[in-house]
Design a protein around this ligand. Sequence first.
Ligand code: PRX
Length: 660
Amino acid sequence: MSSDALSNLLQENRVFPPAAEFAAQANAQPAMYAQASADRLAFWAEQARALDWSQPFDEVLDWSQAPFARWFVGGRLNVAYNCVDRHVAAGHGDQVAIRFEGEPGDRRDITYAQLQDEVCQAANALLELGVGAGDRVAIYMPMIPEAIVAMLACARIGAPHSVVFGGFSAHALASRIDDAQATLVITADGQHRRGSAMPLKPAVDEALQTLAADGTSPVAHVLVVRRTGGSVEWTDGRDVWWHEIVERQSTAHQAEGFDSEHPLFILYTSGTTGKPKGILHTSGGYLTQASFTHRNVFDLKPDSDVYWCTADIGWVTGHSYIVYGPLSNRVTQVVYEGTPDTPTHDRWWDIVERHRVTILYTAPTAIRTFMKWGDHLPAGKDLSSLRLLGSVGEPINPEAWMWYREVIGGDRCPIVDTWWQTETGAIMISPLPGVTGTKPGSAMTALPGIGAAVVDDEGRPVANGGGGYLVLTEPWPSMLRGIWGDPQRYVDTYWSRWPQYYFAGDGAKLDDDGAIWLLGRVDDVMNVSGHRISTTEVESALVSHPKVAEAAVVGATDETTGQGIVAFVILRSGALADGEDGAPVIKELREHVAKEIGPIAKPRQVMIVAELPKTRSGKIMRRLLRDVAENRELGDATTLADPTVMNLIASGLATGTSED
Ligand code: PRX
């Protein structure tokens, strides 16, 4: 991170202390901090005991093989039982678990008793399809209740799921299926998005075709939910309709307790190389922290709240704060399939009003989009049911934070800005509502039981007012247990810079009160609309196009999406005739990246250049490219191998830029 970024201390001095009325009813208690710091492991053991264990654990943490942790050693539990059955057993079978709203306007309420039946039927169907404990299942689905049922069914039988975001391409899906060697793919015929039925299954067909062509397809079956009803290609013997196999199953299924460290899921996320990392999470520790944080950070009251997390189950937020955290706490939650602008730009506020949503959890990029769309849209709906607002995925700028508080929260709802990662599994840094005061733009402090620090290059904690790198200083229950199939990469990526700390990859600063302000990634990972995309991944996609000789990608600040992807590309000779307009090639390249990775990775801008700025050792100087992308004066260019390169780039820009 540049020293500019560090010294650019945010001049934010507004503080919102917890309101007495909220504090009086809050789940979180001030004593939690002291209790956890007095005995961290005892604190987590107490949280773990809020779950239902078929066999109690006999050791809280085994860190003897650090950085490979084992939490709640010797304990056994069934994650799906904890999320569904125990609520039914406690007499809450009639409580609505999921209030589903499809984009076209179809609605469906699912009670805990119905959810239990569906999860058991789906579990029995998976068993019939030959899936057993330990087998991996890929889930490539839209935001429909069956996606949640599918995840819980996997958890119930101990088959780790690997959910792949429905916006990813066939190519990205194939590499994830291959890496995890999934034997089953669960998908849907299509999904409703922006007013049309978009096919989904063709991407699965294409992915499996690619894998079969390589002779490596591990997939025996594809289980297909009918959502849109369009016609689909069918491979007999491999493809099975969900309604044909699941609905005829028995609703009885005995949930077995699995070891606390039994793998629960793999979730792929971008790293600094082109190959996504399969982040591995296990059962007992993950569920303990997902559940604890959901209850206390969102102040969930199972009998009265209506919770809505707008994330997609394809991301970790969907895993921890739609499925495992909320359901383990007996939530009633809204699940919405579509986009916020369908059929009109106030769809979200319509949903809040109609379902009387009390807790809303979303991302800064959405908040900034709504700011742009105008205050009249939320003002036209009754949002008075809201009592708590959450933010996740990227730093929230103070202006968006204040807008969220005033326009959406009517100045009365605490905001929890929650910092965490796919790797951390659950929230790590966040205010506790009713306990911690908040400042617009700060995630405030580590939760009870969590150790976080901001350190300098040498790994020394900085004093208040200083900036550096965010590290986690203690193992935590929902920490990743490794990278699927690559333990060394786990050690190298997170535990090698300072072996005693987990290195998160984020820059941060402490303000004068010791509150933490996240400053964004310090590695070559971009954050676009709260989604992590590595520069190398996009570069590899670009150079796989026959017209591209070399490519360098940077994340440039973007008003709405946080960062936008800007690509600098050197074309192969002959790709563009003398004087030929670059626009068609640029369009082709943007489409190519969308096809290779998915539309979320489509560069905002592609610039055709003659050269790239490199150091003498050949490393691309992204910092200078970022200056160009952000229209800034160039920073220090003295280490460039060829100082004239930047002039070359600047002179080429006039003709080579495309923004659409
Ligand atoms: O840079 C941080 C940013 O998102 C990264 C983690 O991305 P991912 O694994 O996709 O998980 C996103 C949802 C948890 C982090 O390294 N990030 C996440 N939450 C915040 C954030 N940056 C600032 N403030 C946050 N609240």
